[in-house]
Design a protein around this ligand. Structure first.
Ligand code: NAD
Length: 475
């Protein structure tokens, strides 16, 4: 019912024989699902050698043929969506409907990059003399090492894999050891579509050991990481030692600004649904709610209603609208946040504690009356807790929204076109949703500023991240 977990190196699926490993746990039950093999140092070296050969083969494959194969992988993923979604719900906890959307979006991302790879144009710049032709061309950056976390087991890996493959790179991906099945299933689709061996390799292990080994190899020319700010800084430093290109998709603490001219009920429905998606374990999750005096009471009442009506349970069960947290670390983090809220005068309007006596469930929680320097208002909660506070003026809320070191996503709601334009400009953030939460699509750039990282995934920027520009002056 779950899946066979294995490494994928040089076109071969490698199981646990003789390897160390770890147990993958279902967060809804706390029970083991399967044992995940860890790559040995020899396995990692084999993956590096395979990726080197794979790069030579893949860079010599035309963009047209690369696209054809990638689209086949996307179709296989769609055909297998029900199974892959079930794998993800079991290992990660998200409800089945969300898991299914994740799989279908992952297939769309493959298709989009497959097509965009065919449009990786260069340009000709007029020369200063008649006999000179000046060309700017795009080349694949080379061998890529990618590292992905546990909250989106197929979506985050696919953003890196699809962009790298579209650009003509080979890639070694270390997906999350806690939710490995989604990426195993994804890689199977590429393997079954006929991707040449060595082009895509999947490994697991002790994260710090694997990343240090791969990033330390001089053949790796590009790093892509999604995860927390501290780990991102560490990996960026390792990449800098070898002057390697890097994309860093790190944490956020997304402000939501609700102006008094917005419809408070409609806004609350939209943003609460977005808040509790994947139990709040989303880097662009709305996490700090600033509501202008005048609509605060109505917004709070409707948002709280939404939270109270969430049906917490195993994501495989019909009717469940929010699953468990993905691991016990998140439960501890939620309890520490609630404790700090209480000690800082915060009022727990609903939720605030664990739910049930098996699995890692935490109640959808709403907190009010919190000071701006409390833990919840300054540290990324990465869970189902929403602090809702008031503000008076535009300038005040902009200052408060921009006061943290994060700059990933932000949201604002208003019925005034002028305010919409002004807030879009004023917020320091890589992505801003104004009267919208649709800030993550295959076609558009996804990425943060400040300590939320650098570089983009998605959009033409996401492809450029895997290409080097070469200038050729031809006399
Ligand atoms: P963590 O900082 O220990 O790990 C974050 C991710 O990085 C995990 O997937 C982990 O396996 C990986 N990792 C850790 N050390 C690594 C290393 N040296 N090399 C390569 N990979 C490494 O935290 P956690 O408990 O797993 O998650 C908690 C925090 O991480 C959250 O509060 C959130 O801020 C952040 N996070 C962000 C995202 C995101 O989408 N940006 C996803 C998951 C977690």
């Amino acid at each position: 019912m779950y899946t066979d977990l294995a490494l994928y190196i040089d076109g071969e699926w490698l199981n646990g024989a003789g390897r160390k490993g770890e147990e993958v746990v279902n967060p809804a039950t706390g029970k083991g699902l399967a044992t995940l093999p860890h790559a040995s140092k020899d396995d990692l070296d084999r993956a590096l050698d395979a990726a080197e050969k794979g790069f030579e083969v893949w860079r010599a494959t035309t963009a047209y043929d690369r696209a054809r194969l990638m689209r086949k992988a996307a179709d296989l993923l769609r055909d297998r969506a029900d199974h892959v979604a079930r794998v993800m719900t079991q290992e990660q906890g998200k409800v089945l409907a969300e898991a299914r959307v994740e799989v279908m979006t992952s297939a769309d991302i493959i298709d989009w990059f497959a097509e965009e790879g065919r449009r990786s144009y260069g340009r000709i710049v007029p020369g200063r003399s008649r006999n000179v032709r000046q060309l700017v061309i795009q080349e694949p950056v080379g061998m890529v090492a990618a590292f992905t976390p546990w909250n989106f087991p197929t979506l985050t890996p696919v953003r890196k894999i699809a962009a790298a493959l579209a650009a003509g790179c080979s890639i070694i991906i270390k997906a999350s050891e806690e939710t490995p099945g989604g990426c195993v299933e994804l890689v199977k689709c590429f393997a079954d579509a006929g991707l040449p061996k060595g082009v895509l390799n999947l490994v697991f292990g002790v994260p710090a050991e694997v990343s240090e080994h791969l990033i330390g190899d001089e053949r790796i020319r590009k790093i892509s990481f999604t995860g927390s700010v501290p780990v991102g800084k560490h990996l960026a430093a390792l990449a800098a030692r070898g002057m390697k290109r890097a994309t860093m998709e790190l944490g956020g603490h997304s402000p939501v600004v609700v102006f008094a001219d917005a419809d408070p009920e409609k806004t609350a429905d939209t943003i609460a649904a977005f808040k509790y998606r994947n139990a709040g374990q989303v880097c662009i999750s709305p996490t700090r709610f600033y509501v202008q005096e005048g609509v605060y009471d109505r917004f709070l009442a409707r948002f709280t209603d939404y939270a109270k009506n969430i049906k917490l349970g195993d994501g495989l069960e019909k009717g469940t609208t929010m699953g468990p947290l993905a691991n016990p670390r998140r439960l501890d983090a939620m309890e520490a946040i609630v404790q700090d809220c209480k000690s800082r005068g915060g009022k727990i309007v609903t939720g605030g504690k664990r739910h049930g006596n098996q699995g890692y469930f935490f109640e959808p929680t709403v907190v009010t009356d919190l000071p701006d320097d409390s833990k919840l208002m300054t540290e990324e909660p990465f869970g189902p807790i929403a602090p809702i506070v008031t503000f008076k003026t535009f300038d005040e809320v902009v200052e408060r929204a921009n006061s943290l070191a994060f700059g990933l996503a932000a949201y604002a709601f208003t019925s005034s076109t002028q305010t919409a334009t002004m807030i879009g400009d004023a917020i320091q953030s890589g992505m801003v949703g104004v009267n919208s939460v649709a800030i993550s699509t295959p076609e558009t750039p996804f990425g943060g500023i400040k300590e939320s990282g650098y570089g983009h995934e998605g959009g033409i920027e996401g492809l450029e991240a895997y290409t080097n520009k070469k200038f050729i002056s031809q006399g």
